[in-house]
Design a protein around this ligand. Structure first.
Ligand code: F6R
Length: 238
């Protein structure tokens, strides 16, 4: 069952999620944190950085697992690895050996590695307008582990804003599967931006493979953070 947490602003969401992450890492310095890229978690990462600095919390023994990465990327600066470095890793004392990304050569090795570290304690997620989580597009099997996907034109168009041109957007990516994500002990889903349709879908309790995020209804420990404005917009869609 998804617990909806509705806040006045993005800032309040970021503050609350960051506080939660920091307090968990204080309790367990070997915390295993699942990370997302994209716009939605950026402010949360900023707050994590400032709180960690203020309270002198070390991330050197924290393990991180990112949701996804592009395959065959020509421009290194467009990689999710680079994004994480710029938006989180470079400002804290992460050990590069502990920051993990899936590799297309052996997708399932990622699931094995996650298992070996004891599993993801908290997974941060964003959502696509079409309800994708990670790069799990509509129709992805709920039983999927980490795998290579061919990106839909919709997702390539959505992501083209980060590339010089649409031609530069890769056609494939590697992503944790829906099963990988569901194995996380706890999930925080941050819904911001023009995601009213995805949010509306999640407000109904139906689980449907055409809305990949709907599987999250079956997770035992998940919170969905959104703003009051976006929530009201979603409710008003007929
Ligand atoms: C990113 C990821 C994607 C994004 C989603 C929302 O690692 O897995 O599923 O979370 O596309 O992106 P933003 O936050 O940019 O709207």
């Amino acid at each position: 069952m998804i617990k909806f947490v509705i806040k006045q602003s993005e800032d309040e969401i970021a503050e609350e999620v960051a506080l939660e992450v920091i307090s968990k890492i204080k309790k367990n310095p070997r915390f295993v944190l699942g990370l997302a890229t994209g716009t939605s978690p950026v402010l949360t990462y900023k707050k994590i950085i400032s709180l960690a600095k203020k309270e002198q919390v070390s991330f050197k023994n924290v393990q991180t697992f990112n949701l996804d990465e592009y395959v065959d990327l020509k421009i290194k600066e467009q990689s999710y690895h680079y994004f994480m470095y710029e938006n989180l890793f470079k400002d804290l004392d992460f050990n590069p050996l502990n920051t993990h990304f899936p590799l297309e050569e052996d997708p399932l090795a990622y699931d094995r590695l996650i298992n070996k570290t004891g599993g993801i304690d908290l997974q941060i997620l964003g959502i696509g307008q079409n309800s994708h989580i990670g790069f799990n597009e509509p129709g992805t099997e709920f039983s999927s582990w980490t795998h290579v996907v061919t990106l839909t034109e919709k997702t390539r168009l959505d992501n083209a804003r980060f590339f010089p041109s649409l031609n530069d957007v890769p056609t494939q990516a590697i992503t944790m599967g829906l099963k990988t994500i569901m194995e996380a002990k706890e999930i925080v889903l941050i819904i911001l931006g023009s995601k009213e349709e995805a949010l509306r879908q999640l407000s109904s309790l139906k689980v449907n493979p055409l809305h990949p995020a709907s599987i999250l209804h079956n997770h035992p420990n998940i919170k969905l953070y959104t703003t009051k404005d976006l929530y009201q917009k979603a409710q008003s869609i007929k």
